[in-house]
Design a protein around this ligand. Structure first.
Ligand SMILES: Cc1cc2nc3c(=O)[nH]c(=O)nc-3n(C[C@H](O)[C@H](O)[C@H](O)COP(=O)(O)OP(=O)(O)OC[C@H]3O[C@@H](n4cnc5c(N)ncnc54)[C@H](O)[C@@H]3O)c2cc1C
Length: 335
């Protein structure tokens, strides 16, 4: 089938590669944009799937062997070890740019069209070219509107600060709930960590180190960026001959590192169900989306105010083996 993938971000690149491996004739519209300060934490199943399509991915970035969760100004934390759960690791942290490059390199056989799609007309016509099937992997509002897809956008104020630094222990990811919002410290390899913090105002090395507490001492902040927090989710992911994936289908709070993991699952669901009848894809992918949209939103809000009992709750999780396994399964595997 002739498939047009719109948007060459991570979702579009992955969709183009996976569809072409399935034997479709794929055109990919748009060009990838650099994101030097960003990395994604990918679960074990996501890494395995990506490595099946592009073996280089299994070597990129660095593994997460331990996850350390704590609350600023509260006693108690939880430390989860992959080996104690009979796994070599929980997944990998991979710089967005490296992942984009690896997927891009694997796109032999995919036709690249280095232009924006300005117009999507019934039929489906993209910039006057006709398509048998469209995968919308760009959040361009006009294209979603023309496809008849509507968004819900609940308000969530605040900003995300993103940077790279040096200095955290190899193999450990930290999730620290601070007064302003969650702070994630993800090991990227080569002594570097990717930082994502929900925080307002100027961030200095001293401020970020104070928020982290005594366990980690970061140095050498680089490539700082800021993003306003925005949340949205599409109310439908399919029309006859068209599927929506990626940021176009939802934008989650990054507190649980689930955005791209969810996209990988959505794409797998689409390919497993086939492009002819999208009703099962729409149902399953929307259910997965709704769960994670709500979970990440609640998680970002629940730990923000300094409520009593947060430290105790973390300590309880630390001693409860089955609860830990459930936590890990849910957050790393989306199950
Ligand atoms: C701070 C932060 C941290 C994150 N951390 C994690 C994490 O740890 N784990 C995880 O799984 N996820 C994480 N995510 C989520 C993850 O980064 C996203 O899910 C993923 O990057 C989405 O990729 P995308 O291709 O859907 O979207 P985008 O990167 O937005 O790509 C869309 C592409 O479409 C193009 N485009 C737009 N309009 C058009 C048009 N008209 N024609 C052609 N092309 C067009 C754009 O130029 C762009 O290249 C994080 C997100 C943020 C913001």
């Amino acid at each position: 089938m002739q498939v047009d993938v719109v948007g060459a971000g991570l979702a579009g690149l992955l969709a183009a590669r996976a569809l072409s491996v399935q034997g479709h004739s794929v055109r990919l519209w748009g060009s990838a944009e650099p994101a030097p300060a960003r990395a994604v934490a990918l679960s074990g199943p996501s890494v395995d799937y990506l490595a099946g399509l592009c073996p280089e991915v299994g070597q990129l970035g660095a593994p997460i062997e331990t996850i350390h969760v704590s609350r600023q100004h509260r006693f108690g934390h939880v430390q989860l070890h992959a080996q104690a759960m009979d796994q070599p690791n929980f997944g990998r942290v991979i710089p967005n740019d490296d992942l984009c490059l690896a997927l891009d390199d694997a796109l032999s056989g995919v036709e690249r069209i280095d232009e924006q799609v300005e117009d999507l007309q019934p039929g489906w016509q993209l910039n006057d070219r006709s398509s048998e099937f469209v995968v919308l992997a760009s959040g361009a509002p006009n294209l979603l509107r023309q496809a008849g897809i509507h968004w819900q956008s609940p308000t969530m104020s605040g900003e995300l600060w993103v940077a790279i630094a040096k200095g955290a222990p190899v193999g450990t990811a930290y999730e620290r709930f601070t007064d302003s919002g969650p702070l994630a410290i993800l090991p990227m390899g080569q002594g570097r960590v990717s930082l994502v913090w929900q925080v307002e105002g100027p961030v200095t090395l001293d401020r970020v180190n104070r928020a982290i507490g005594h366990r980690v001492r970061l140095t050498d902040l680089q490539a700082e960026q800021r993003f306003p927090i925005r949340l949205h989710r599409a109310d439908s992911l399919a029309r006859p001959g068209l599927a929506v994936i990626g940021n176009a289908s939802q934008f989650l709070h990054p507190v649980a590192g689930q955005g791209f993991n969810l996209i990988v699952r959505q794409l797998r669901c689409l390919l497993d169900q086939g492009l002819d009848d999208l009703s099962a894809f729409n149902r399953q992918a929307l259910a997965d989306q709704a769960t994670w949209f709500q979970t990440t939103r609640t998680l970002a809000q629940i730990f923000q105010p300094a409520l009593p009992g947060q430290g105790l709750a973390l300590s309880a999780l630390a001693v409860a083996g089955p609860a830990q396994r459930l936590f890990v399964k849910r957050f790393m595997e989306g199950a």
